[in-house]
Design a binder for this molecule. Structure first.
Ligand code: ADP
Ligand code: MG
Length: 252
């Protein structure tokens, strides 16, 4: 299932006026592909994900998930769509401190009338897919930052989402662990046919993307074919991106 954003404009109140966070953004993400979105802090990347996740309603424009225009359905249906179709990976894992890795995944589905055994098997399968079988019984404080982020990703996949929205998943990780998380995301996208949007400030991540876009002042521009971007031309990173990727503590 694909994700389609058409002509999205989003403004926030700002003093007496409004600030434009997204300015007529159009983006199509086919199933089984990764679109990377790069751009300086404050350019609108997280706003784009919030709109795609149907958590924020844009001033105008449409978000279509697998053929369903999300603006024309009710709030309850939208919440249902979010739960069943969307996987959201925020920058910080936000794991529950008292639960084991396995339980973090299980609680995603328990309310949903699934059989506990099926839920457990699925959770175990996903932990295996992210290389955490041996850590299944550990709680967050017993896991490394990279392992926590992998739990976060596995948890987002628990309800078999069609669309995966990922906001700077490696900002708290060192380069090597970040690369492993990115490879995992790319592999899961292709294996499971998700339409994945990856917000990142790290140029090295562009190698896994099928398409690279740059966000500047709320406008989304084509940054060129992704695989070429990793090798240099035609994508030219902005200076802000370069400096952001130097800092392992960068937050956007
Ligand atoms: P990025 O993720 O690229 O750093 P954001 O989407 O977070 O950018 O922000 C885009 C713009 O919208 C910024 O000017 C930011 O200050 C503004 N903004 C974001 N969220 C809010 C909000 N909830 N209320 C008001 N302004 C916001
Ligand atoms: Mg952001």
């Amino acid at each position: 299932m694909s994700l389609q954003l058409d002509d999205i404009t989003l403004t926030y109140p700002d003093g007496d006026g409004r600030v434009t966070a997204l300015d007529r953004v159009t983006l199509h993400v086919p199933a089984g592909t990764v679109t990377a979105v790069v751009g300086p802090s404050g350019s609108g990347k997280s706003s784009l994900l919030a709109v795609a996740a149907t958590l924020v309603t844009p001033d105008s424009g449409t978000v279509t998930v697998g053929g369903t225009p999300t603006g024309s359905i009710g709030r309850a249906e939208r919440a249902e769509l979010r739960r069943r179709r969307l996987g959201i990976v925020f920058q910080q894992p936000n794991l529950l401190p008292s639960l084991t890795a396995l339980e973090q995944l299980q609680v995603m589905a328990h309310l949903d009338g699934h059989r506990p055994r099926e839920v457990r098997e699925r959770a175990e399968e996903l932990l295996a897919a992210v290389g955490l079988t041996d850590q299944a019984r550990r709680r967050p404080h017993q896991l490394s930052g990279g392992q926590r982020q992998r739990v976060n990703i596995a948890r987002a996949l628990m309800n078999e989402p069609s669309v995966l929205l990922v906001d700077e998943p490696t900002s708290a990780l060192d380069h090597e662990r970040g690369a492993a998380v990115l490879d995992l995301l790319a592999r899961l996208t292709r294996e499971r046919g998700t339409a994945t949007v990856l917000v990142t400030h790290d140029r090295a991540h562009l190698a896994v993307a099928d398409d690279v876009r740059e966000m500047v002042d709320g406008r989304l521009t084509a940054a060129g074919p992704a695989r070429d971007a990793a090798g240099g031309a035609p994508y030219a990173p902005t200076p802000e991106l370069d400096s952001a990727s130097d800092s392992s503590t960068a937050t956007c």
